[in-house]
Design a protein around this ligand. Structure first.
Ligand SMILES: Nc1nc2c(ncn2[C@@H]2O[C@H](COP(=O)(O)OP(=O)(O)OP(=O)(O)O)[C@@H](O)[C@H]2O)c(=O)[nH]1
Length: 404
């Protein structure tokens, strides 16, 4: 599912603000007939400023670096520098792994979770507070469809529009009991067929079905059966995933994004995953800088920078992403408490929203499969990438689990 972001932004010195503005002009990857809630082209400048505030990062490019100091070199100085920096060593022996609970490699098939509480400093979510807007964006699920997967299980793909960008963010939902409020709300004047075509039906579709099961009395075959309902009231497993064309589609061994997406889906498809699962798939390619800029960052990495330094050299924040849309989509899907699959403490706090509208009660570590001796892949690049995320971005992953 490539995003078109990267094709238009050629300026190395682009700030995240100009990135937002430029992407707003892009054609949509897929054009639904339904109108988005509010067209971003009608937003005022002030609203664009608001939109910018959804970013985790603060306003100036150099201040985006979290606690990482921005390199002083510019692109010009890189070009004129006599020799490229040597590649970073993969595993510094001086590096001390963080002693965070839940970072050890889980040994059982069941995903092992640890309780987290972002309201207290010792709650396992790091200490930094992301800067969030006071209100959440508005989202609307415009269509849902059943997707039988190559793995044998089924999921329901939900496509969302929103009032802050023109991208089509997705929710990949495992389990029939998780429903979207905005999808299920009847539209004025729609017929039963309209409802079924946009996915607002109960149970399953079949040839000849005439009723959505959601307008007036439903027949037994049209409705969800009791076995569809979760047996317990546990929160579902949730992954907030950011788009990565290279890792998910183009077989890149520079990052573990493709493997993480597959593993999240596998865990949510386990028969033991009674409470279902949700992958919120956000179209923020390249940690929010777009594919074109990420490819430049890869060239800088081949010239010796790490994943954070490369972003900063391109005058981007180390991480330009925001998670307000994910929070709003989770709420639309009826989830106020979730178990989050992540190693990123900042993601936990950010996805909870400005007023902790969603609570992350447990965290499940995303340990690379090769670290667990369960397949996966190894490469010099992905190991350097993960090491940088641990050392510079506070990722809660035990580098001691990396096989030698
Ligand atoms: N700019 C940039 N983006 C990258 C690079 N490698 C991967 N990405 C992007 O990083 C994003 C993936 O991050 P996530 O999988 O959400 O990982 P995370 O926030 O670091 O934390 P986890 O939840 O623990 O996986 C995707 O948008 C990728 O395209 C890189 O070297 N540079």
């Amino acid at each position: 599912m490539p995003d078109l972001d990267g094709k238009i932004n050629g300026r190395a010195a682009a700030t995240s603000k100009s990135w937002h503005q430029e992407t707003a002009d892009l054609p949509s990857f897929y054009s639904p007939q339904s109108r988005p809630i509010r067209d971003i082209s009608r937003l005022t400048n002030a609203q664009h400023e608001d939109q910018e505030d959804f970013s985790l990062s603060s306003s100036g490019p150099s201040s985006h670096a979290r606690d990482v100091e921005a390199p002083t070199a510019t692109l010009d100085s890189i070009a004129s520098s006599p020799a490229p920096l040597p590649p970073p060593s993969l595993l510094s022996p001086a590096f001390t792994p963080p002693a965070t609970p839940g970072t050890a490699t889980p040994s059982s098939e069941q995903p092992r979770s640890v309780p987290v509480d972002s309201s207290i400093p010792s709650g396992g979510c790091g200490t930094k507070k992301p800067r969030l807007l006071e209100t959440l964006p508005e989202v609307q699920c415009i269509v849902r469809a059943r997707i039988p997967t190559t793995g044998g299980t089924e999921m329901f793909l939900h496509l969302y529009t929103n009032n802050v960008d023109q991208k089509e963010h997705l929710a990949i939902v495992f389990g029939p009991h998780i429903r979207s409020t905005t999808l299920d709300t009847p539209r004025e004047g729609e017929t039963e067929m309209d409802r079924m075509v946009r996915g607002a039906y109960t149970g399953r579709l079949y040839p000849g079905r005439t009723r959505s099961g959601m307008m007036g009395p439903a027949t037994l075959t049209d409705s969800n059966t009791e076995s569809d309902m979760p047996e317990q009231n546990d929160p579902p497993l949730v992954r907030i995933h950011s788009e990565c064309y290279t890792g998910e589609t183009a077989w890149s061994a520079r990052c573990d994004c493709g493997e993480q997406l597959d593993e999240a889906a596998r865990l949510m498809s386990l028969p033991s995953a009674k409470t279902g699962g949700i992958i919120i798939y956000l179209r923020q390619e390249g940690r929010g800088i777009g594919l074109g800029e990420k490819l430049k960052a890869y060239n800088l990495q081949d010239l010796g920078s790490d994943t954070v330094e490369a972003n900063l050299l391109l005058r981007h924040p180390a991480d330009a992403r925001s998670y307000g849309l994910a929070t709003a989509m989770l709420l639309d899907l009826g989830q106020q408490e979730v178990k989050l699959l992540t190693n990123n403490p900042e993601k936990i706090r950010a996805v909870e929203g400005p007023n902790r509208e969603v609570r992350v009660t447990e965290r499940v570590a995303m340990v690379p499969l090769s670290w667990k001796g369960r397949g996966g892949f190894r490469s010099r690049e992905v190991e350097g990438y993960l090491k940088t995320k641990i050392e510079k971005m506070g990722h809660m992953l035990d580098i001691g689990s990396l096989p030698s």
